[in-house]
Design a protein around this ligand. Structure first.
Ligand code: GAL
Length: 421
């Protein structure tokens, strides 16, 4: 090798060595705090996504900050204190729809993410209806990672066979079979802590009011005091009489309520399809064998949806790392890592369904073909001013078991929230 070539090689090597640190600094670094309620049994899907993030951005240290409590009951309160105290996490879990728009967007605490949708070419990668739910005053305010279904009834096929019953198609079918199940010493329908009762309620309301009635409540076109709404509450009371509401409900998390079905102590449970995630990912059950599912009674052909999304608060500590997190969440790769473990389907239209189990494939087919409505219990349809007060309505109902008392209370808070029909 001539001297000139040797010197050239040395110069090139030196240049590369000097450039290396600059190249590494191009990616985000420092700490990234991701805030959610996906702790413990709810954690595996998020953990898998974080593992991917760390692989892509090794200079970032992720702080997976969780506040336990199904449906975010506790996390939302902690988030509120932090947001109002000027200490926002870098990114936080929030339901697509009014839960985000009606709180932090109207309060001007969030960054508009339209730029990210444009940069990443996402505008036509998500269903338009979902984008509408994330949009407000010309901005798009969070990135959806999934679609969950609220109106699903779960059971164990072998147990139903043993008891000689079938999954009910309507609530009247369920009420008819309730005594048979009780005679076998089994709880017909298991519920858990407070929010799971609201969760059951929304499936009953959808069945009894139909799609137009349900949507009418949120569009300010239907009054809570209408005769059919009052009758729905009374039907809900009859259904509750077939549950463990007055026994041990308050002490059960949603996972523990699911466990009762698996153990054969309860016949049915109405829960969102994170229950499928739990039964597959945590309990190792096979869909269709270890557990079965039907749309909750009276709601076949309707998909009550909710979507977990993540937003970008203003004035955070690590903007670059948070934007990189949102990019991964919204990517097809990120969604296909997260959702098969979580029990949800991808929010994106181009995910690879072959990675999803039999339950999720059936949910994906229904998502395509069913009528879609939004969930109250999981933030899609009503502003927080209504949904946070709905617990009081339920309490009034549980104490009085009076449909008219609950209807009047709901109408009053709907009026206060500006959504009364
Ligand atoms: C929902 C949330 C789901 C799941 C569930 C139970 O509100 O959207 O992802 O976490 O609560 O905690």
């Amino acid at each position: 090798m001539s001297k000139r070539i040797v010197s050239l090689v040395i110069v090139l090597v030196l240049l590369l060595v000097m450039a290396a640190p600059t190249m590494a600094q191009d990616g985000p670094s420092g700490e990234l705090e991701i805030f959610s309620w996906w702790a413990g049994d709810e954690g595996p899907a998020l953990e898998a996504l974080i593992a991917k993030y760390v692989e892509l951005y090794p200079d970032v240290e992720v702080n997976n900050a969780t506040v336990t409590g199904g449906s975010g009951v506790n996390a939302r309160a902690v988030l509120k204190t932090r947001m109002l105290g000027g200490d926002p996490p870098d990114s936080f879990q929030v339901h697509a729809g009014q839960e985000l728009i009606g709180t932090w967007v109207v309060a001007d605490r969030m960054e508009d993410l339209t730029f990210l949708y444009e940069e990443e070419g996402w505008m036509d990668k998500f269903p338009q209806g979902l984008l509408d739910l994330l949009s407000y005053e010309g901005g798009i305010w969070s990135v959806p990672v999934n679609i969950h279904r609220s109106n699903v009834m779960w059971y164990v096929p072998a147990k139903l066979e043993e008891w000689g019953i079938e999954a009910p198609a309507t609530w009247d079918d369920f009420l008819a079979v309730c005594p048979t199940i009780q005679d076998a010493g089994v709880t017909p329908l298991v519920v858990g802590e407070n929010w799971t009762v609201n969760h059951l309620w929304e499936s009953v309301a959808l069945a009894e009011l139909g799609v137009d009635g349900w949507n009418g409540l949120w569009a300010g076109e239907k009054a809570w005091t209408d005769e059919d709404v009052v009758a729905m509450w009374d039907k809900f009371g009859e259904i509750l009489a077939c549950t463990n509401i007055d026994v041990d409900a308050a002490t059960l998390s949603w996972q523990q309520a699911t466990d009762k079905v698996i153990a054969g102590e309860a016949a049915f449970n109405v829960m969102g399809d994170w229950a499928a995630g739990y039964m597959v990912t945590t309990l190792g059950l096979e869909p269709g064998v270890g557990f079965g599912w039907v749309p909750s009674p009276g709601t076949a052909g309707v998909f009550m949806m909710l979507s977990d999304s993540f937003g970008l608060p203003k004035d955070i500590k690590n903007y670059d790392a948070a934007v990189a997190w949102l990019k991964l969440l919204g990517s097809v790769e990120g969604q296909d890592i997260f959702n098969p473990l979580k029990g949800s389907i991808a929010a994106r239209l181009d995910s690879d369904l072959s990675l999803y189990n039999a339950y999720l494939q059936s949910a994906a087919a229904d998502w395509q073909s069913n009528e879609v409505v939004g969930s109250l219990a999981h933030g899609a349809v009503a502003p927080e001013s209504f949904s946070s007060e709905f617990g009081t309505v339920m309490e009034i109902f549980l104490n009085s078991r009076s449909g008219i008392a609950a209807a009047n209370a709901a109408q009053a808070i709907a009026r206060q929230a500006g959504i009364a029909g």
